[in-house]
Ligand binder design. Structure first.
Ligand SMILES: CC(C)(COP(=O)(O)OP(=O)(O)OC[C@H]1O[C@@H](n2cnc3c(N)ncnc32)[C@H](O)[C@@H]1OP(=O)(O)O)[C@@H](O)C(=O)NCCC(=O)NCCS
Length: 166
């Protein structure tokens, strides 16, 4: 008989820095992408700053951090409530299939209900296998995504190839 693994989802904390950086690097590798170290440092700092609209959550299994979500909270002209944009979702490849990905997404819906957010939304590539998971929450809509990168004054902008579709 197989046992359901115990996975808990919680806020990112300062002590998670090494794990978060490892999983973030894995996520960038998954997209065959890179960002300057200054971007990673800034994202890490802002995720921990309660005055910034970024939210970091982690999945923990047997005392180890095995997955992350990085989200952005923002306003909307179409809604009065706050909206959560799930920007990054990644589970350590060796811990996939345990249910962490599903719990990390469900966690944002649970937070939305508890905190009165009006919507959770996210993007992914047409062919991302993660859509099998996403489709169990809600069907994809018919919108297409346009994005134009601009040169950044501090040199911390995206790589010349641009960020990948998420
Ligand atoms: C997507 C991802 C987070 C799923 O993590 P996970 O912990 O393995 O997901 P779960 O164990 O909760 O699986 C959830 C369900 O989706 C399916 N699924 C999830 N990811 C899948 C994948 N890459 N390929 C095929 N099926 C997948 C599982 O079969 C499972 O179905 P089930 O509940 O019927 O068994 C993980 O594969 C990942 O980090 N991928 C690389 C990064 C990525 O694509 N992130 C999303 C970018 S938008």
């Amino acid at each position: 008989m197989s046992e359901t693994p115990t996975i808990t989802i919680r806020d990112l904390v300062a002590a998670d820095e090494q794990d978060w950086r490892r999983l973030w690097a894995g996520y960038l590798d998954f997209y065959e992408s890179a960002v300057p170290a200054a971007v990673t440092d800034s994202t890490w700092r802002r995720l921990l700053d309660p005055h910034q609209p970024l939210l970091g959550r982690v999945a923990e299994h047997d005392g180890a951090v095995i997955g992350i979500t990085n989200s952005v909270l923002h306003h909307s002209t179409w809604l009065t409530g706050q909206v959560c944009y799930l920007e990054d979702l990644f589970v350590d490849p060796v811990h996939r299939g345990l249910g962490a990905g599903r719990l990390l997404v469900q966690d944002l819906f649970d937070l939305a209900a508890a905190r009165g957010w009006a919507r959770v939304h996210w993007l992914t590539a047409q062919d991302n296998p993660a859509r099998r998971l996403y489709d169990t929450f809600v069907p994809a809509d018919h919108f297409v995504h346009y994005e134009r990168d601009l040169p950044s004054a501090d040199g911390t902008g995206p790589t010349p190839a641009g960020l990948p579709p998420r």
